[in-house]
Design a protein around this ligand. Structure first.
Ligand SMILES: *Cc1c(COP(=O)(O)O)cnc(C)c1O
Length: 251
């Protein structure tokens, strides 16, 4: 990667952080209360490295704020990039649909799976964790917009699923994830994020075993991070804001 390319990624990351700080401030939330996850799909390992090094060495990360996390949609990309970035030891999250035949490969690298949206997947993750004697952080993905193209459990079924996932002893339920509504209406987008917060609050209020640490709200991307932060996001997932436009998907 060229020096210019590295500098550009670093500058975009700094700008994304400023945007996040501004969103926290206008939502009346303390600086650093929302963590940043870099959504690295389609980006080469060298580009991700530039962002991780800028995060580690840069001066724009406020003292006490946690380092960025990284998230991959496709297991194939995860297993290709993670070894190349192992020296930087980023925390990898799976943020895309996880097919059952990819669970073993994903668990070689993932610290967290954010896309748990049915019990069968959760049980498969549990069994794999038993086999390799580890635990795994998970988020339950909720489809707050009801759009057919989006993964996730419907909001009305989300709390029950979360309670059952939390009962699996190898899985640590940390909270909830959603992809915001694809709408130009800010009110619609915010209502979706508020619905995810309601699910979380319901689960915390029920107090079922294993749910005490389920406070995380992974919501907000490059186009809607302000709305998500205003509705209580604790983790935003940014791709294009940090890496620039993705190449068009192959036909
Ligand atoms: C691609 C992706 C993101 C980041 O999207 P941008 O609009 O590029 O910021 C976040 N979350 C998920 C699940 C994604 O697939």
């Amino acid at each position: 990667m060229s020096d210019d390319g590295v500098a550009e990624v670093a500058a975009r990351l700094a700008a994304a952080r400023r945007r996040l700080r501004a969103a926290e401030a206008s939502a009346g939330r303390p600086p650093g209360s929302v963590r940043l996850l870099l959504a690295t799909k389609t980006m080469e390992a060298a580009v991700v490295r530039a962002a991780l090094v800028a995060d580690r060495d840069g001066t724009d990360r406020p003292a006490g704020e946690l380092p960025v996390l990284v998230g991959e949609n496709r297991v194939q990309e995860l297993v290709a990039k993670a070894p190349e970035l192992a020296d930087l030891a980023p925390g990898w999250h799976v943020i895309g649909p996880l097919q059952s035949n990819k669970v073993n490969a994903a668990l070689r690298w993932a610290a967290c799976v954010q896309s748990v949206d049915d019990l069968a997947l959760a049980e498969r993750l549990q069994r794999r964790c038993e086999a390799v004697d580890r635990t795994l952080e998970v988020l339950v993905q909720v489809n707050v917009s009801g759009e057919a193209t989006k993964s996730g459990v419907p909001p009305a079924a989300a709390a029950d699923l979360a309670v059952r996932v939390a009962a699996l002893d190898r899985l640590r339920l940390r909270g909830f994830m959603t992809i915001g509504a694809r709408s130009p209406d800010e009110g619609v987008v915010r209502a979706g994020f508020a619905a995810l917060r309601d699910v979380r609050d319901e689960v915390l209020a029920r107090g079922a075993p294993g749910t005490a640490d389920a406070g995380e709200l992974s919501m907000g991307m490059s186009g809607d991070l302000e709305a998500a932060v205003a509705e209580g996001a604790t983790l935003v997932r940014l791709g294009t804001a940090v890496f620039g436009a993705r190449p068009a998907a192959p036909a």
